[in-house]
Design a protein around this ligand. Structure first.
Ligand SMILES: Nc1nc2c(ncn2[C@@H]2O[C@H](COP(=O)(O)OP(=O)(O)OP(=O)(O)O)[C@@H](O)[C@H]2O)c(=O)[nH]1
Ligand SMILES: [Mg+2]
Length: 340
């Protein structure tokens, strides 16, 4: 299924129904009072999170949503029907913003959470409301009010505790595949991963946490190099970033420079991302061994107080230590959840 995490749509809630002007007419009561009923309320447009969904694809092609109008009021004090609310399902983690003002209207972070995003117009009052002791036969009623309408930006920001970041080929997908049931594509070339993958890490104590494998980032990504920085939106909600650096000796780039390149790109994306807690993970320990690159990275992290782990996801080295550290940290942050 195609992964879409950003769409713009247009939504218009229903218009309120008109209030009615009517007078009671009965055989023996020629001067019956006003009995015009109220108009019904226009439909609200409601967004609801659905954990079964994982893409905004449906909304890429259907861009206009309109709520039903309220029915007009009728004689004999009959209220017009309310427009039935329009419920639009979106993946859990969807943020709804006003496209003009950028204001966040709803942030749907848990399954079945719902929010009224555009309010339907109120129905107008019928003439029966306007009768008073001095004014027995009001010949007017209120029109219904307009429903709210706006251009909306829907943005899916995956809900994960841990984000895996790093250069292409660093071993992010191999790591998520080693610690969770996720089965992303793995390949010896850059940009194997083109959309983020989510995995759940189940711990022995029946607790769990979620990991997002985020497509690789390269220098200049903020200017559009590689896949750009668009997928970093899926790191925004994480509590901890694992920053993977390939420690194989055949790689020429200095591993500390690599760390800097990625961190600068994070900074270009958002201040909040660069200030997130990081753990540096030297990968491919099975082929790298305790070589010069790994040693340099380890020393840099020690000097800067950054937690550092060396792993091989392929040969299952250092994974238990890494998962233990991450789960302890998440427990401290009260982010672990019971496994389902
Ligand atoms: N020897 C060895 N190779 C590894 C290890 N981890 C990953 N690789 C290899 O490195 C290559 C890249 O691995 P991926 O997991 O696809 O890397 P990625 O970071 O997800 O890359 P992108 O999706 O392109 O960003 C693949 O050929 C993997 O088999 C490891 O621990 N040891
Ligand atoms: Mg990958």
């Amino acid at each position: 299924m195609k992964f879409v995490d950003y769409v713009t749509i247009y939504a218009k809630a229903g218009h309120g129904g008109k209030g009615c002007v009517s007078f009671l007419r009965e055989k023996f009561k020629p001067m019956g009072g006003p009995d015009g009923g109220d108009g019904g309320k226009g439909a609200d447009i409601i967004f609801m999170a659905d954990a079964q969904l994982n893409t905004l694809l449906d909304h890429k092609y259907k861009r206009h949503y309109k709520g039903r109008n309220g029915g007009n009021g009728k004689g004999s004090n009959m209220h017009g029907a309310n427009g039935e609310d329009l419920i639009i399902k979106v993946p859990t983690g969807t943020v709804v913003r006003n496209a003009d003002t950028d204001e966040i209207i709803a942030d749907l972070t848990s399954d079945a959470q719902a929010a009224v995003v555009m309010k339907g117009g109120r129905g107008g009052k019928g003439n029966a409301h306007f009768k008073s002791s001095t004014y027995q036969s009001p010949k007017f009623s209120q029109p219904g009010e307009d429903g709210e309408e706006a251009g909306l930006i829907l943005e899916l920001k995956l809900i994960a505790d841990i984000g895996l970041i790093g250069m292409p080929n660093a071993g992010k997908s191999t790591l998520i595949a080693a610690v969770s049931a996720a089965r992303p594509k793995i390949g010896p070339y850059p940009f194997t991963t083109l959309v983020p993958n989510l995995g759940v890490v189940k711990l022995k104590n029946y607790m769990s946490f979620t990991v997002a494998d985020i497509p690789g980032i390269i220098e200049g990504a903020h200017d559009g190099a590689g896949l750009g920085l668009q997928f970093l939106r899926h790191a925004e909600r994480t509590s901890l970033l694992l920053h993977l650096v390939d420690c194989s000796e055949h790689i020429e780039d200095d591993p500390v420079d690599v760390l800097g390149v990625i961190n600068r790109e994070l900074g270009h994306y958002a201040e909040t991302l660069i200030s997130k807690e990081q753990v540096v993970v030297g990968t491919k320990l099975d082929v790298a061994g305790e070589g010069a690159r790994l040693g340099k990275l380890r020393q840099y992290c020690a000097e800067h107080g950054i937690p550092f782990f060396a792993i091989s996801a392929a040969a299952s080295l250092g994974l238990d230590e890494l998962v233990a550290y991450v789960s302890t940290r998440l427990a401290e942050l009260k982010k672990l959840r019971p496994s389902s």
